[in-house]
Write a protein that binds this ligand. Sequence first.
Ligand code: C6P
Length: 414
Amino acid sequence: MVVTARTSLDAQKLRADFPIFEQEIHGKPLAYLDSAVTSQKPRQVLDAMRDFYETSNANVHRGVYTLSERATEAFEGARQKVADFVNAPDVREVIFTRQATEALNLVAYAWGLNNLGPGDLVVVTELEHHSNFVPWQYMAEKTGAGFRMLHVNEDGELDLSGLDEAARDGNVKVVAANLVSNALGTINPIEKLAAWAHAQGAIMVVDGAQAAPHHPVDVQALGCDFFALSAHKMCGPTGVGALWGRREILEAMEPFNLGGHMISKVRYESTTWGELPHKFEAGTSPIAEAVGLGAAIDYLNEVGIEAIEAHEQELAAVALERLGEIEGVTLYGPPADRRAGIVSFNVEGIHPHDVAQVLDSEGVAIRAGHHCCQPLMTRLAVAATNRASFYLYSVPEEIDRLVEGVQKTRKIFG
Ligand code: C6P
C-alpha cells in the first residue's frame, strides 16, 4: 500500500522529469491533456529500463547463471512493488499481463468458462470500458449465462437501486465494474458493489486501469476478488499490466494461456500446472517492462498518490468551471468533488474531432471519441465527447489554453 501521505505537489517541477515536454507542437509548448489514454514517462522509468537492458538482461526463472538471477531478482522485485502498491496480502497473487485488457480477459476466460452457465447472471455497468464489458458479454453468450447492465443516473453515477432488480433474474455470479470511469471520471462505490456481490455468492472484478495511476488502491479494503491495471497509464511502459486475484480463486482456476513456464510436469498423457503466479504467465514475460512498472511505482510513491489525486481534482474543478462558462458547452459526469481528473464535454454543433483538431493546432492534446465506452455514449445520446484528462505534470496554464482553444473553435465554426 502507498505509505506516503503528501497532500501537495509541484507539477511545474515534476515536468522536468518528463523529456517529452522539452519539445514544441506546432511551435507551441505541448499541453498534454490526454493522460487517461496513456501517461507520459519520467526519466526515472526510462533510465530503469535502459539500465536493465544494459546491465541485467536475461530471461527470468530459466537460468542458473548470474545474469539470469539478476534479471529474475529485478522482475520479482517489480512484482513485490505491485503487490505493495495495491496492498495485496500475498505477492503470488500478482500476475503480470500485457495490460488491463488482458488481465480482464484472463478472468473472463479462465474463471468464466468454468463457472458460468444457464441460470447464472453477469452484471456489468453502463460506465464500463469495452475491456470490462465485451469479454463478459461474450462469456455470457458462450456459457448461456444472462447479462445485465447497471445504469447510471443523470450525473453519470451508478444507480445501485438496479442491483436487486438484476438479482431477480438469476444467480448473480460476477459483478464487473471500474473503480474510476475513463469517460466521465466517476469514482464508483466498489466497496458497496463488492459487499452486494458477495451477498449474492458472486465474485467482484474491478477494472482499476484509471484508478491505479491516480487514486490510492487497497484491494483488501475494496473487498474485491480481482483488480486489473495497466502500467502505461501510470508513468510506466506499454506492454505490461497486472492482475491481482484472491489466492483461493486463482488456485481453483484453470490456466488462461498454455505453453512454456506455466507448467509443472508435461507428459505425453497429460500436463499439470505450475504454482501461482507462474500458472498464469505462459511464455517469456515482459521483463524490462515489468522493471519499468516497478520504477513507475517508486516514482508515484515518491510524489505521493494522495497528492496526485488532490492535484488532479483541483484541476478538474477549475476546468469544469471554466468550460461551463462557455456558451454551448455541455459537461458530462458528476460534480468536481466526486470525480477524478477527467472532464468530458461537447460543444454544441461542433464534432469532437473538429474541436480536438483545432486544439492540436494550438499544441493542446485531448481525446475525442467514444473512449471505448459505446454503451455509455448511447446513454448520453451522443456519438462521442471531447475529453481532457490530467496527471501529476498538468499545470493550470494548460486549462487556460484548453479554454482558449475551445473558444477559438467556436469562432471558426461559428
Ligand atoms: N482507456 C482511454 O482513453 P489497456 O488498453 O488494456 O491498457 O486499457 C484498457 C482500459 C481498461 N479500462 C479502462 C477504464 C480504461 O480507461 C482503459 C483504457 C483508454 O480511456 C484507451 S481506450
